[in-house]
Design a protein around this ligand. Structure first.
Ligand code: G3P
Ligand code: CA
Length: 238
């Protein structure tokens, strides 16, 4: 089971920063998960929200800033004053620093409001020799369909939330045409669904484990990856 550090090791360092990603590497996680958005000048930056308010000392939409302006923001002291010097990384910087050291799971946020983000992400990934350890995920099926069309060998994960549907054959057949993996909210995890998704040739990841009790519960299931703020909950047993 892959241990995937959610926004880096985000329980102990500011999310989506080099500090959080370095910590995940030190802890022995298998992947870092991160979120990407486009800047006003079409650079791909690593930040979860579409505004900078929660995780920097600035305010307003990411897309209203140029990369140079974003780089002036403090992306760490909201979490703890010791991280004052953290800056918002670009996807390019993250791949340069980590692509040979740890798996990277890139989530494309709000693709409908960020026209061209799929191609921008692919253009960056294509500069690196990627293997199964660079993946792209999204809640948005169309975004993943475009990713598969642009880069058929790049692995993809569709993130899914609880829905009334029963993972019907028609749905799973459609999903596997553009997704190598289903990343299911933890409340959806059960043995029957895991087996069914595996029988369609897709992996199963689950998100997001934030406490030891849930970690211990998830360990009983044959999932292929777990997204967690606390890699240490799982790595003790490696
Ligand atoms: O890996 C899935 C998870 O990252 C989705 O939720 O809001 O943390 O991006 P969020
Ligand atoms: Ca995410």
């Amino acid at each position: 089971m892959y241990i995937i550090a959610h926004r880096g090791s985000s329980s102990a360092a500011p999310e989506n920063t080099i500090a959080a990603f370095d910590l995940a590497v030190q802890q022995g996680a298998d992947y870092i998960e991160l979120d990407v958005q486009l800047t006003m000048d079409q650079h791909v930056v690593v930040i979860h929200d579409d505004t900078v308010d929660r995780t920097t000392n600035g305010s307003g939409f990411v897309k209203s800033y140029t990369l140079d302006q974003l780089k002036k923001l403090d992306a760490g002291s909201w979490f703890d004053p010791q991280y004052t010097n953290e800056r918002m990384p670009t996807l390019q910087e993250v791949l340069e620093r980590y692509s040979q050291r740890i798996g990277i799971l890139i989530e494309i946020k709000h693709p409908k409001r960020q026209i061209g983000i799929e191609q921008a992400v692919i253009n960056i990934i294509n500069q690196f020799a990627y293997s199964r350890h660079i993946m792209v995920q999204s809640f948005d099926e169309s975004a993943l369909q475009r990713i598969k069309a642009y880069a058929p060998s790049l692995r993809t994960a569709l993130i899914i939330k609880p829905t009334p549907f029963k993972l019907a054959k028609r749905k799973l057949t459609a999903y596997r045409s553009f997704a190598d993996c289903l990343n299911m909210k933890k409340t959806m995890i059960n043995r029957r669904w895991i087996d069914r998704i595996h029988s369609f040739g897709m992996d199963v990841f689950t998100w997001t484990v934030k406490d030891q009790k849930t970690a211990d519960w998830i360990k009983k299931y044959p999932v292929d990856g777990v997204v967690t703020d606390h890699p240490a909950f799982f790595l003790k047993e490696k």
